[in-house]
Write a protein of this length. Structure first.
Length: 184
């Protein structure tokens, strides 16, 4: 199962024009709720993220946030910082090859993160779930979540909830066509 779990602006962006994410915290969260992220992470075996997302996370002024193994899909990185060598591995290949390689290592429930990486997995038909939290902000530009696809992909709405009286978190599951095995 490959799942995307992201915050998204009303106009479909996952980062602003400078790659910034500050707008994700524009809604007050007085109780510092994780809005269900810990429950989501409990069902994930590993994360697959792109180089840009990895570098963004490295830039956060906080300890490494993931307890699960992280695989960074990159053709340009040759190493990870020494303090993360037991937590982060580099991986290359097509989305199908990455899924196959990770499945052979025992990772079946993947969290797919990062704009280009998500787009590549969507293009390959390898996203099973979308969990998107819409932030009530219009960015007017930035890093889009979705790009052009070769063919439409249909998803069923599994559920939707309002968080903090402002955010809308929607959970979609991909409809499988007959004989479609996608990433399962």
């Amino acid at each position: 199962m490959n799942t995307v779990y992201l915050g998204i602006s009303l106009d479909g962006y996952i980062a602003d024009r400078q790659g910034g994410l500050e707008w994700l915290h524009s809604t007050p969260n007085p109780n510092h709720s994780d809005l269900g992220f810990a429950d989501f992470m409990a069902r994930v075996d590993a994360l697959v993220m792109g180089r840009n997302t990895f570098e963004t996370v490295l830039g956060f002024d906080s300890p490494w946030p993931y307890s699960k193994p992280v695989f960074v899909a990159s053709r340009t990185l040759t190493s990870v910082p020494a303090h993360l060598t037991d937590k982060v591995r580099l991986i290359q290949g097509s989305p199908a090859q990455i899924c196959s390689d990770l499945k052979m290592l025992g990772y079946h429930n993947l969290y797919i993160d990062g704009g280009v990486t998500v787009q590549r997995f969507l293009q390959a038909g390898l996203i099973d779930e979308l969990i998107l939290t819409q932030i009530p902000v219009l960015l007017g530009g930035g890093v889009p979540l979705f790009r052009e696809l070769e063919a439409p992909q249909e998803f069923d709405l599994i559920g939707s909830e309002v968080l903090l009286n402002a955010l809308v978190k929607s959970h979609y599951q991909r409809k499988l066509a007959p004989n479609d095995t996608a990433s399962q």
